[in-house]
Design a protein. Structure first.
Length: 484
């Protein structure tokens, strides 16, 4: 009996050893096959696939069944999905069926924390809106907490709409920079300086000194946060202070943004004070150069358009705000024809009500057709460029963002193409300009990091933001008691 058991155990042991040998041999073969199959492939952080890749690069504008490989926050390759898969292996791959991949949107002009004044004062002229509603509200409520919560709400809204870079011209820049750093977006933070008292400041001297200190602290500190200067406008900042601002911008080698020629009232005011139109006034001060980009520029004359083109000044078109405040129609076709670098912006949500770049895109494509009676004015391809690479050029960032090119920062968005308002599809660029909206954005990537995927926010606590926004809103409502 013992001999039979011993023989049985020997057979069992032999069977187990054979089974284990075969099992591990298969593992080794599979590993060898994997190594052979991936031999020569480069490791990357992320691969993003899409049915279409709209690059904004003239060398290869649209790639069908395309993909982008990303490493260390930058784009290392753009090609068809098959070629990218054959050459790269990634820690994470995002599928792209039914989507278009494109550069993230560049919002060239905003006052981000003013989302907390959304809908506070509507249907007013700019001067009335500013002097009688917004400036008093800012004096009463704007502080560090207001800016922190407002900036968080703005980041949430912009990420949801596919904006990856924005310009923030407002107060408390340290707080704004901290929020942007946490949420993962790219931003140019330009604290506003003005000649009369503003939140936290007595006037120009202390406001501007604070702005300079901010840019000293933040220049080169982050590859996603760019400090800039922002004298408010020619009608709110004296010639001496405008000269001080541009000299500082040149000395510290930073961008400068300013409101310019926004309304006819501004043009008349500056003309009476300085015997020059707003753009010419800045030229007389030696203010205009390529580091300057101006918001609105609704009322330049032909000679001023030529002058801005000559000086390399960028322009940020804000169609929603210009229409709502009845500021007028900026001569964008003439600016583009002159060679001016033109981008798009939303302005603040107090005057536009939303930070939705898709609305700005569609309005830009439509209103200039109507004002010129020319259906070919500002075509879809041009407008999409204004919202991406054109905006980057106006901001002086066209060597880093605004296009899907090798070596550029990986600031990308995936946009759904399967919703009913996007079917059928004949021209992807046409759909992006005339049919797509913010809710079609599925995925947002900045610096190679995924901030939103499948519409799920990954870097902000939306429930906490919502509670804090409601709380601040109740305090503002109690003070101002809007009629509605």
């Amino acid at each position: 009996m013992k001999r039979q058991l011993t023989k049985y155990y020997k057979l069992l042991a032999f069977f187990l050893c054979t089974t284990l040998f075969v099992f591990f041999t298969q593992i080794v073969i599979a590993q060898n096959n994997y190594n052979l199959g991936t031999q020569g492939k480069q490791n990357v952080q992320l691969i993003v696939n899409s049915d279409f890749v709209v690059t904004m690069d003239e060398a290869q504008p649209v790639i069908k069944n395309g993909a982008v490989a990303i490493r260390d926050g930058k784009i290392v390759a753009i090609d068809t999905q098959d070629k990218i898969k054959a050459s790269y292996r990634a820690r994470r791959t995002l599928p792209g069926e039914g989507m278009v991949l494109m550069p993230g949107l560049v919002n060239g002009h905003s006052h981000s924390a003013m989302v907390l004044f959304r809908g506070l004062a509507d249907d007013l002229a700019l001067e009335d809106w500013l002097q009688n509603y917004i400036f008093p509200a800012e004096g009463k409520f704007v502080d560090e907490n207001f800016v922190r919560v407002g900036e968080q709400l703005a980041c949430w809204e912009m990420i949801r709409g596919g904006t990856t870079t924005f310009v923030d011209m407002y107060f408390e820049p340290e707080v704004a920079a901290e929020v942007v750093d946490e949420c993962g977006l790219r931003a140019m933070i330009a604290p506003s300086s003005i000649d009369f008292p503003s939140p936290g400041f007595q006037g120009w001297d202390d406001a501007f000194a604070s702005s300079v200190n901010f840019l000293k602290r933040w220049k080169g500190k982050s590859d996603r946060i760019i400090p800039a200067l922002a004298p408010h406008a020619p009608y709110t900042v004296s010639p001496e202070h405008l000269t001080q601002a541009i000299r500082a911008a040149r000395h510290y080698d930073v961008p400068l943004t300013i409101h310019l020629a926004e309304t006819q009232t501004e043009v008349q005011d500056v003309q009476q004070r300085y015997n020059a139109t707003p753009v010419q006034h800045l030229e007389n001060l030696g203010f205009l150069d390529p580091r300057v980009f101006a918001a609105h520029v609704v009322w330049p004359n032909e000679s001023e358009i030529a002058l801005m083109a000559k000086r390399g000044v960028g322009v940020i078109h804000n169609p929603d705000s210009n229409l709502k405040l009845a500021s007028g129609f900026a001569p964008i076709p003439a600016m583009l024809k002159a060679g001016i670098k033109v981008g798009l912006g939303t302005d603040g949500a107090a005057s536009n009500n939303v930070l939705d770049m898709w609305k700005a895109i569609r309005l830009t494509a439509l209103i200039h057709k109507g004002t010129t009676l020319d259906p070919t004015a500002v075509p879809a391809k041009t407008v999409l460029r204004m919202a991406t690479l054109g905006g980057a050029q106006a901001l002086g960032l066209a060597d880093k963002i605004g296009a899907i090119k090798t070596g550029f920062q990986a600031d990308l968005i995936q946009v759904h193409l399967q919703e009913p308002h996007l079917l059928p599809l004949y021209d992807v660029t046409s759909h992006l300009v005339y049919a797509a909206d913010a809710k079609d954005v599925d995925t947002v990537i900045v610096n190679g990091e995924v901030l939103m995927h499948k519409r799920e926010m990954l870097t902000v606590d939306i429930n906490k933001i919502r509670r804090e926004v409601v709380s601040i809103g109740e305090k503002i409502k109690a003070e101002f008691r809007p009629s509605n």
